[in-house]
Ligand binder design. Structure first.
Ligand SMILES: [Zn+2]
Length: 399
């Protein structure tokens, strides 16, 4: 018994559109995606006429923190909350994320391996949430950015040990901290943290185990160190110069901008309880951040959508605000969609399974009432998001 979507605007995820197309789901995967009607559906099939609506791949957020709660000062909350409290919050965040149409996420730093337990709980069906790829604990230097939830390590041997610990705990990828950041008091986004040697050791350990690597890298020197070390993705990328852009292209690395993170901090400000140091640092980087993303886009660096959800007022379930910000930076709506589907699947290394509406891929999809190519904010309107499916199973269906 198949599920058939007819007469819809089929936005494949790779930049192509079929104006009046058909998508057929059989079991957990796509059986047909193409123009016109599929030759007569069998009586047992469920057929939806989605004329006037758009059908797209399930959306992917390539940078979230499921354990971090989006409160005004989330690092302090994280240190204060007990493991059971963080676990309950994380499960709630996961459900909200899926309800927003985000069917896959990459978690970029959890606490006490709650992220990994949650991933497994969702996979086994006891909890609702997106498919998760998890980094376990982020690996940072002592007192470095993210130490509140990370595994501190110093020197090449300890970095190797720290990476091996994450692999042992079940991490899908490894996150290494190349520079300072905004939410850790006393460290500067522009400053380098892990040395080139430490980054090389970390990347090597991950590669040996067949895992991909990502780095929190905001300052120029740290970004270059990470690229020289062979990292797969640069997260945030506040300060990109021409050499960094060239290196990104040469190393075939991705950028995940997370425009939402400084945006929400500045929008809320100190008056809503965000720590003053975080507001000050965001003010300093904002202009260069947007310029860097513009430059990278123009140069043809692959850019994937990621929000850093969990940072102040950057709430789980409101992930698709980032698509609107990408358009504000200069992306076309189609480019923002590709960043949130195909390119994001490539950052995760899941491009064979998800990211586009193609025969044989896992049936992750959303249906929007309207045309997101005309209005990118449609993704954020819950009443316009009329269907959500993950692996052939509906989580919402108002068709
Ligand atoms: Zn992050």
């Amino acid at each position: 018994m198949a599920i058939v979507f007819e007469n819809g605007k089929v936005i494949i995820g790779n930049g192509k559109v079929i104006e009046k197309g058909t998508v057929v789901v059989d079991g957990n995967s796509f059986k047909f995606v193409g123009p016109g009607k599929k030759s007569p559906p069998s009586k047992k099939d469920t057929v939806f006429n989605i004329s006037g609506k758009a059908i797209l791949p399930g959306l992917i957020d390539a940078h979230i923190h499921i354990c971090v709660d989006g409160s005004p000062d989330p690092m302090t909350s994280l240190l204060k909350d007990s493991v059971p409290q963080v676990t309950l919050k994380a499960a709630d965040h996961a459900r909200r994320t899926l309800e927003a149409g985000v069917t896959t996420v990459r978690d970029m730093g959890g606490k006490d391996y709650i992220d990994i337990a949650l991933r497994d709980g969702i996979e086994s069906g006891i909890l609702q949430g997106p498919r998760m790829l998890c980094s376990g604990k982020l690996v940072c230097m002592t007192g470095g950015h993210g130490w509140q939830l990370g595994r501190e390590a110093n020197g090449v041997d300890e970095v190797r040990a720290a990476v091996r610990e994450q692999l042992k705990a079940g991490a899908d990828l490894i996150k290494l901290m190349a520079t300072g950041g905004i939410l850790t008091k006393g460290v500067e986004p522009g400053s380098t943290q892990f040395t080139l040697e430490e980054l090389i050791a970390g990347v090597e350990e991950a590669k040996k185990a067949g895992r991909r690597t990502a780095t929190h890298a905001q300052g120029t020197e740290g970004i270059k160190n990470a690229l020289w070390a062979g990292i797969n993705s640069i997260e945030h990328s506040f300060f990109l110069d021409d050499e960094a852009i060239e290196l990104l292209l040469e190393m075939k690395a991705f950028v995940v901008p997370t425009l939402c993170a400084p945006y929400h901090i500045l929008k809320a400000g100190v008056r809503k309880g965000v720590p003053a140091y975080a507001v000050e640092k965001s003010e300093k980087v904002m202009k260069s951040h947007w310029e860097s993303v513009k430059k990278a886009r123009k140069a043809g660096v692959p850019i994937a959508m990621g929000t850093d959800a969990g940072t102040p007022f950057n709430r789980h379930g409101e992930n698709l605000k980032e698509m609107e910000l990408l358009v504000k930076v200069g992306f076309t709506p189609m480019e923002a969609i590709v960043a949130t589907t195909k390119t994001a699947s490539e950052v995760l290394g899941l491009q064979e399974k998800i990211g586009t509406l193609e025969r044989g891929k896992l049936a992750d999809l959303v249906v929007l009432d309207g045309d997101p190519l005309k209005d990118i904010t449609l993704f954020q309107k819950k009443d316009k998001l009329v269907a959500i499916m993950k692996e052939g199973r509906f989580y919402k269906c108002q068709l």
